[in-house]
Design a binder for this molecule. Structure first.
Ligand code: ATP
Ligand code: MG
Length: 739
């Protein structure tokens, strides 16, 4: 233990060994917050101030919780090491689940209550609407789900929800009906776990007293991302309930970084930090300012970036490590070029002695992983997709491929079973069983056996067969990407995911599948690359199965780490690649319409930059495929916000990047600056277009609007047409169309 304390700096040591009291540690990335929190638990236990039984610690992900447990076991004296396993360390959801299971009767739940994930919740709502004869057009299930969850996250039941108009009143009624249905069926959605645990503690005094007396120390990592209800739950558990005499409650020890708050879209409130300081009367907020993770240049870049956000709590971060290497910036000609560069670089780094698991490829959107995975796979580099599935293993991709497989071969029973009732078309497991028996009897495929099925089941399965037949006949002769696009629409997959609360990401993946098919058919200069032109569908399916095969690294194998920036929170790597730094991708286009959207994206970028220890790569591409078409991209505004002297252009496009800023601006027509202007001003209208928009011109082809002058019908726009160059066009005559 003393060894552990010896390695801490004075501020960290003070925080770890604070006397029993409430504390808030507000400190930047890599300053040792998680380390301090874990060491404090070990210190409290090994000095006998609390038993492992009296500690409750909240982390943000299951992975972080596991890591904390294993670090703790290693820190504790041997005779206590094993007790770490039974400690209450976990996520909010995990801990509330544990509380409810231990007290299911008092919570009014069956002992075996099931948890609804967001897809389950949506189908429960659909069922409810159907039973109540509610029009789904007027009350879209996805919106009802969001309405219910937002209320639960605020701690509000239907009875407490405010409604000033008939429409909202109806939604509140549906909220009440939904809760009643869940209660009847003995199930709880995610938000319910928290609210139910909170209400149980509020209502049941003996139980509340029990837990309040039990947990003497409550420690929370990543406090900046807690929502209202989570904070209320913590307050209650810590005895801050207006009933417990001061001094009797637990000590609350919270660590966080307002600059890393990246879950506002799920109701997180940075304001909780200020409330905590006030309500728990924390006189001295502890600040840790030394960063132990990153080299100087990386830290300077992070600091410069985050300065652009307003309303920060403010802090300084410095490091004793030297400046280190400059930050490498690579501009690819295309997303493929970008991925190729990254994989080449990864191999180089491994040759130089970097471990693969110390290399992270980060992206803003899940769909971006496909191109990277493809390059890694082709190059034979072991990789692992973290906090999610590999592209070809994702549910929506497997569903779309199953339709494709049925179009190619109707005897494919696996594909048939996967999508016969997805999206749901009223074909139950009983009907499927009958169909299977029929197929067995006739010794035929399920598809062919369908004709022998009668009654209601026969009709429903018959409709599905007709759908596949129609898909097949409508797509004869179409290029593969169009076949896929068509089936995504016609099968109802797009509609299905559109109505799912978090279906946006799945839709992005489906679009990415269209891109995959396009790239499969032609290599980058547009010539056919597919060796088996006669049957592109069959060879694409083979390609998809191969890429979904055994290529993810096995457990324990040294592998490159792929993940979204959100999933990288709290982690660190020797080298980090932040990819797809383009307007609309990172910052993500969805954020443009949200309040504080750009600032949240910038915090996300700050999180990404600060994951790197020694080497950081920022990569972007001039063109990227979208819906199977090549689009021009505008470099991310975040690249502009980093001090030029910290950056070093690398790779084939180095010439561009070594230009002086004015030279660069001339060459690109102020590409990034124009984008920044349009971003800050929202989608500012320039004669019916906006800056950054892709447009089509009859002579020059596809381009991107980089700047504009004039007004209304007199607007002139500057358009970058790639190899055709930069053109200044009068909108009156140019006949541009949106692409
Ligand atoms: P984040 O904001 O990203 O969650 P953090 O503040 O939680 O970061 P840690 O992950 O705890 O930071 O620490 C960052 C790195 O610095 C870790 O590798 C940790 O072991 C190391 N570290 C922290 N304090 C010290 C110290 N006093 N001496 C040496 N290394 C340290
Ligand atoms: Mg941390």
């Amino acid at each position: 233990m003393s060894d552990l304390l010896a390695s801490l700096n004075p501020e960290q040591l003070a925080a770890v060994t604070l006397p029993p009291q409430h504390a808030l540690i507000l400190a930047g990335a890599g300053s040792g917050k998680t380390r301090v929190l874990t060491t404090r638990i070990a210190w409290l236990i090994s000095t006998g101030q609390v038993s492992p039984y009296g500690v409750l610690a909240v982390t943000f992900t299951n992975k972080a919780a596991r890591e904390m447990l294993s670090r703790l076991s290693a820190m504790l004296p041997i005779h206590l090491g094993n007790t770490a396993r039974g400690m209450w360390i976990g996520t909010f959801h995990g801990l509330c689940n544990r509380l409810l299971r231990a007290n299911y009767r008092e919570a009014g739940l069956p002992s075996t209550f099931q948890i609804l994930d967001s897809a389950d919740q949506l189908s429960a709502i659909k069922r409810l609407l159907k039973n109540l004869n509610v029009d789904e057009e007027r009350f879209p299930p996805r919106e009802i789900a969001a309405f219910i969850n937002a209320h639960k996250e605020q701690g509000l039941r239907a009875a407490q929800a405010e409604a000033y108009d008939d429409y909202t009143r109806r939604r509140v009624e549906l909220y009440a009906e939904y809760d009643a249905q869940c209660q009847r069926e003995g199930v709880a959605d995610f938000a319910e776990l928290l609210l139910r645990a909170y209400e149980l503690m509020c209502r049941n005094e003996p139980l509340r007293r029990h837990y309040q007396e039990r947990f003497r120390h409550i420690l929370v990592d990543e406090f900046q991302d807690t929502n209202r209800l989570q904070y209320a739950w913590l307050k209650l558990l810590a005895g801050h309930d207006g009933k417990t005499p001061p001094g009797d409650g637990a000590c609350l020890f919270a660590v966080g970084d307002d600059d890393q708050s990246i879950y506002a879209f799920r109701g997180a409130e940075v304001g909780n930090m200020r409330d905590l300081e006030r309500e728990f009367q924390i006189a001295n907020v502890i600040r840790l300012e030394q960063n132990y993770r990153s080299h100087g240049n990386i830290l300077d870049a992070a600091n410069a970036l985050i300065k652009n956000n307003r309303g920060r709590l403010g802090k300084n971060l410095w490091t004793e490590a030297g400046a280190g290497e400059p930050i490498r910036v690579f501009e690819g000609l295309s997303d493929f070029d970008e991925a190729r560069f990254i994989v080449d670089e990864v191999r180089e780094l491994v040759r130089d002695g970097f471990q693969r698991q110390q290399l992270a490829l980060l992206y803003r959107s899940n769909a971006q992983s496909r191109v990277l995975e493809h390059q890694l796979f082709t190059a034979g580099v072991p990789y692992r997709v973290h906090g999610g599935l590999r592209f070809f293993d994702r549910q929506e991709i497997k569903h779309a491929l199953a339709y494709l497989r049925l179009i190619a071969n109707s005897d494919d029973d696996t594909a048939f079973t996967r999508v016969v009732n997805f999206p749901t078309r009223g074909i139950g497991s009983r009907s499927l069983e009958t169909l299977q028996e029929e197929a067995h009897r006739a010794n035929s495929s399920l598809y062919n056996a369908a004709a022998g099925l009668s009654g209601k089941a026969g009709a429903a399965v018959g409709n599905f067969i007709r759908l596949i037949e129609t898909l097949r006949s409508e797509t004869v002769g179409l290029p593969l990407p169009e076949v896929i696009e068509h089936l995504i629409e016609k099968s109802g997959l797009r509609q299905h995911y559109l109505s799912e609360k978090e279906g946006g990401e799945r839709l992005e993946n489906l679009d990415e599948l269209v891109n995959a098919a396009t790239s499969f058919l032609r290599d980058e200069d547009g010539t056919l690359a597919n060796p088996d032109e006669a049957d592109p569908l069959a060879s694409f399916l083979a390609h998809a199965s191969l890429e979904a095969g055994e290529h993810q690294a096995g457990e324990g194998q040294d592998a490159v780490q792929l993940m979204t920036v959100h999933a990288a929170k709290g982690l660190e790597f020797d080298a980090v690649f932040i990819t797809g730094l383009e307007q609309g991708l990172f910052p993500h286009e969805n954020s443009a319409s949200e309040r504080d959207g750009l600032e949240e994206e910038r915090r996300l970028m700050y999180v990404a930059v600060t994951r790197a220890r020694a080497r950081l790569y920022l990569t972007h591409a001039q063109t990227r495929m979208l819906h199977g078409q090549t689009r021009f991209c505008v470099p991310s505004l975040f690249l502009e916000e980093l001090p030029e002297e910290l950056l070093r252009p690398v790779g084939s496009r180095a010439a561009y990047a070594t230009m002086t800023p004015s030279g660069r601006e001339q060459a690109t027509g102020g590409l990034a600056r124009g984008a920044a202007a349009s971003w800050n001003g929202g989608q500012k209208d320039v004669g019916g277009f906006h800056i950054g928009q892709n447009v089509q011109h009859s002579k020059f082809g596809l381009g991107v609007i980089v700047s504009a002058e004039g007004y209304g019908s007199d607007t002139r726009v500057q358009v970058n047409f790639g190899v055709q160059g930069m053109k200044l066009l009068d909108l009156k005559y140019a006949k541009l169309t949106a692409a």
